[in-house]
Design a protein around this ligand. Structure first.
Ligand SMILES: Nc1ncnc2c1ncn2[C@@H]1O[C@H](COP(=O)(O)OP(=O)(O)OP(=O)(O)O)[C@@H](O)[C@H]1O
Ligand SMILES: [Mg+2]
Length: 241
């Protein structure tokens, strides 16, 4: 049985990790057993960086996860590039079989697994293998994180459209306000989006300065995500064939 959700985004830097950390915190508060996997993370310059500033570090801390970093992020690369390019430039060959085996080994079916992609839906992970392909292989429903700035309606509709065309189940969207000065585009984002797509908006995160690396007030952000609906949708999709 599948038991998890995949967090993708409309781009890199849209807030997938902030959303993953917020959900991790909320699950911990509810004493729900869960794991977090970031299959490939770029820009990991050192062990110290991994332990303090990586996506893995942030979610591990927010969710108080006991796993080692190796059990959260099987592949890291020093350069902040899409994984395929970062691996090539590091002289490493990772096949989709390596990647899938490594990720599947970390999944424990008895608990909810949150998997965070890299970049957006069509970011290249390995040769002939995009984030989209990983989602299909893992057969997980998807939570889409997007920005709310001008252009985000287009990016989000494109992402949702591609997910639907691929037959991937969509849990909903979390709209993330990453700009400090909201404008009309930001203020009207969700109404503009839902005018063109029937997707469920599962949360809207306010702009919050200083989210990385030492943020601790996850409670405040968690209030902006409809965790119960997210969990119910995830459960109901996960239990379908
Ligand atoms: N609501 C917000 N308010 C202020 N800053 C934010 C907000 N959400 C995200 N950020 C900042 O934007 C940056 C990117 O966020 P995050 O790392 O979560 O993106 P990502 O989608 O996970 O990126 P990647 O593709 O690298 O995994 C971080 O520095 C984060 O602190
Ligand atoms: Mg991230």
């Amino acid at each position: 049985m599948r038991n998890g959700l995949f967090i993708t985004g409309t781009d890199t830097g849209v807030g997938k990790t902030i959303v993953a950390a917020t959900i991790a915190y909320a699950l911990k508060q509810r004493q729900i057993d869960f794991g977090y996997i970031k299959p490939m993370e770029s820009g990991i310059l050192s062990d110290d960086y991994l332990a303090r500033e990586s996506d893995a570090a942030l979610v591990k801390k927010a969710g108080n996860l006991p796993e080692s970093f190796a059990e959260i992020v099987p592949f890291t690369f020093p350069e902040a590039l899409a994984p395929l390019l970062a691996a090539r430039r590091a002289g490493v060959l990772i096949t989709k079989t390596n990647l899938l085996n490594s990720v599947k080994k970390l999944i424990r079916p008895q608990r909810l697994t949150i998997v965070e992609g890299a970049g957006g839906l069509l970011a290249p992970l390995c040769e002939n293998f995009l984030v989209l392909n990983l989602i299909k292989e893992l057969n997980l429903p998807v939570l889409v994180v997007c920005r709310t700035a001008l252009g985000s309606v287009n990016h989000t509709l494109l992402t949702l459209d591609r997910l639907r065309r691929e037959g991937i189940e969509i849990l909903g969207v979390i709209a993330n306000h990453t700009a400090s000065n909201p404008d009309i585009a930001e203020a009207t984002f969700t109404s503009q989006l839902t005018e063109f797509d029937p997707v469920t908006i599962l949360g809207e995160l306010p702009y919050t300065a200083g989210l990385r690396p030492d943020f601790s007030d996850w409670n405040r952000l968690a209030a902006h995500i409809d965790i119960e609906t997210l969990l119910n949708l995830t459960k109901s999709i996960n239990t379908q064939q």
